[in-house]
Design a protein. Structure first.
Length: 429
C-alpha cells in the first residue's frame, strides 16, 4: 500500500467506501463507526473482496473512496476511472485530527463541493458516477416491473406456482412487465442445463409468460459450481479458487478464459435463449473474479468481464441482464441492472426476524441509478406474515430503480395489495 493523501478533517468527517460486490457492506462511516468485517472465514469471499485482506480498523473501498472533511472544505474523491483490468483497494485510516489514505494501485484524486449527506446523494458520488458511467459505457434506461418467485417459494418453487401467480397478475390487472423464475428450477450448483424434475417444465412456464405479453425471466449462477457437482468432478481443469459456501456445498469459481468453460456457458445460454427467456438474473457473479491462475494470462477482472461479454453476445443486445453478487465497478457497461445490497432475508426469516439486511447498502448506493445502471433495491415483500412489510415498503418505495415484488399474490391482504400497486405505479428517479 502506498500513501496517497494525509488530510486534516473536522469532528464531523465521514468516509464513503464502495464495497467490492453487490453484497459487500457499503456506507458512510463516521469516526466512531466500526468497520464491517466478516463473522466467519467463509463469509469473506462472499461479502468482501477475495484476496484483499482487511487491515485492522481501516475503512476499505474497492475502486472508490470519498472523504468529506465535515468542516465545510471540499470533499475528496479517490477512485479509478477504468475498472476493466485492475481495481485498486483504497484504505482510510483515522488519525488524531485527520485521515490517512493509501492504495495498492493507481488512483485519481479530485475535490468536489461539500454537501449534507442527508436527502439527495452526495455530489462527490454523483460526480464520480457521471464520469465513470460515461467512460465505461453504462447501460442506462429501462426500469422493469417484476414479479419474482424467490421470497415466497425459495428453492421449492414449481411451474404450478408460476402459473397460479401469472393468472393472479392478469385477473388483478397488475402492471407487471417481467415474471422471473428464481432459484429452484434447475439442479443448481453448476448443473444449469439440467431442470429439476420437481419444478416441472421450464419451457412451458416461459411460453405461458410470453403468451401473456410479458418478458420471461430466469435465475442462474453461471460462474459458480459446487465442489460435488458433476461439472466439478468431470472438469477439474475448469476450476479456479474457493468462492464461499452455499446449497450445502463449497463453491468454486470457473475459469472464464478456459475454452471448455466458454463452450459450456455458450451452450447453457443458447439453451436459455431458445426457450424464450430474455431477462436474466445472474447471481453469485463474484465467483468469476476470484484470484487464481487461469488458462489465459489475464487478470481476474479481465477474465470476469470476458465471461459477462460472452453471455451478452449469446443472449443479444436486447436481453436484460441483472447482476447480483457481482463486482460493482468491473460490471458497468456489461449489465443493465445491478442488485445493490444483500438479500432482504433468507429462508427462516419470512416473519421479519432477520431484519432488513440490505437497507444500509441500497440507501448508500442510490446514486448509482441512472449513472451506472438501473439499480435493484430488492423485492418488496407485502404479505401480512412479514412483520416488517411497512418498514421495508417505505425503504423500497423511496429507492430508485427496479420495481419488484415477491409474494404469493393470493396471500396478499388489501393493505399488501395496495403496497404492490403503489410500487408498480411508482415513478422512479
Amino acid at each position: 500500500m502506498t500513501v496517497v493523501d494525509d488530510l486534516p478533517v473536522g469532528p464531523d468527517a465521514r468516509v464513503y467506501t464502495e464495497g467490492w460486490q453487490s453484497w459487500s457492506p457499503t456506507t458512510w462511516y463516521e469516526r466512531q463507526t466500526p468497520a464491517h468485517r466478516p463473522a466467519e472465514g467463509w463469509e469473506h469471499p462472499m461479502r468482501f473482496r477475495p484476496g484483499a485482506p482487511l487491515r485492522g480498523d481501516d475503512l476499505q473501498g474497492e475502486g472508490l473512496l470519498v472523504v468529506d472533511p465535515g468542516d465545510g472544505e471540499p470533499a475528496r474523491v479517490y477512485a479509478t476511472l477504468d475498472a476493466s483490468v485492475e481495481v485498486p483497494s483504497i484504505r482510510a485510516r483515522w488519525r488524531p485530527g485527520g485521515i490517512v489514505v493509501d492504495a495498492d494501485g493507481p488512483v485519481q484524486q479530485w475535490t468536489t463541493d461539500a454537501a449534507s449527506l442527508a436527502g439527495s446523494a452526495h455530489p462527490a458520488l454523483t460526480g464520480f458516477g457521471d464520469r465513470f458511467g460515461a467512460a465505461a459505457g453504462a447501460r442506462v434506461g429501462t426500469v422493469p416491473r417484476v414479479w419474482c418467485t424467490w421470497y415466497r417459494y425459495f428453492e421449492e418453487v414449481t411451474a404450478a406456482d408460476v402459473a397460479e401467480n401469472l393468472r393472479a397478475i392478469e385477473e388483478l390487472d397488475l402492471p407487471v412487465d417481467v415474471v422471473q423464475i428464481d432459484d429452484g428450477w434447475s439442479l443448481g450448483t453448476g448443473e444449469w442445463t439440467k431442470p429439476n424434475p420437481r419444478f416441472g417444465s421450464l419451457g412451458d412456464s416461459i411460453r405461458a409468460i410470453r403468451d401473456s405479453g410479458r418478458r420471461a425471466g430466469v435465475w442462474l449462477a453461471p460462474f459458480s459450481v459446487g465442489s460435488r457437482s458433476d461439472v466439478a468432478q468431470r472438469h477439474p481443469e475448469w476450476l479456479t479458487g474457493p468462492a464461499g459456501h452455499n446449497w450445502g456445498d463449497d463453491l468454486i469459481g470457473l475459469d472464464l478464459t478456459h475454452p471448455g468453460v466458454r463452450d459450456h456457458l455458450a451452450e447453457v445460454f443458447t439453451g436459455i435463449r431458445a426457450l424464450g427467456a430474455d431477462y436474466l438474473k445472474l447471481d453469485f457473479l463474484y465467483s468469476g473474479a476470484v484470484p487464481a491462475r487461469r488458462h489465459d494470462d489475464v487478470s481476474a477482472i479481465e477474465a470476469y468481464r470476458s465471461g459477462l461479454a460472452l453471455i451478452r453476445e449469446v443472449m443479444g443486445e436486447d436481453a436484460f441482464l441483472l447482476g447480483c453478487g457481482a463486482p460493482i465497478l468491473p460490471s458497468v457497461g456489461l449489465v443493465d441492472a445491478m442488485r445493490v445490497a444483500s438479500d432482504t432475508f433468507h429462508e427462516g426469516g419470512e416473519d421479519g426476524s432477520q431484519g432488513l439486511r440490505g437497507r444500509m447498502s441500497l440507501e448508500a448506493r442510490a446514486w448509482q441509478h441512472g449513472r451506472l445502471w438501473t439499480t435493484d433495491p430488492d423485492c418488496l415483500v407485502a404479505r401480512p406474515e412479514f412483520a416488517l412489510r411497512d418498514e421495508w415498503a417505505e425503504v423500497v418505495l423511496a429507492a430508485p430503480g427496479l420495481r419488484g415484488f415477491s409474494d404469493r399474490i393470493a396471500e396478499l391482504d388489501d393493505h399488501g395489495l395496495d403496497l404492490v400497486r403503489r410500487l408498480l405505479k411508482e415513478e422512479t428517479r
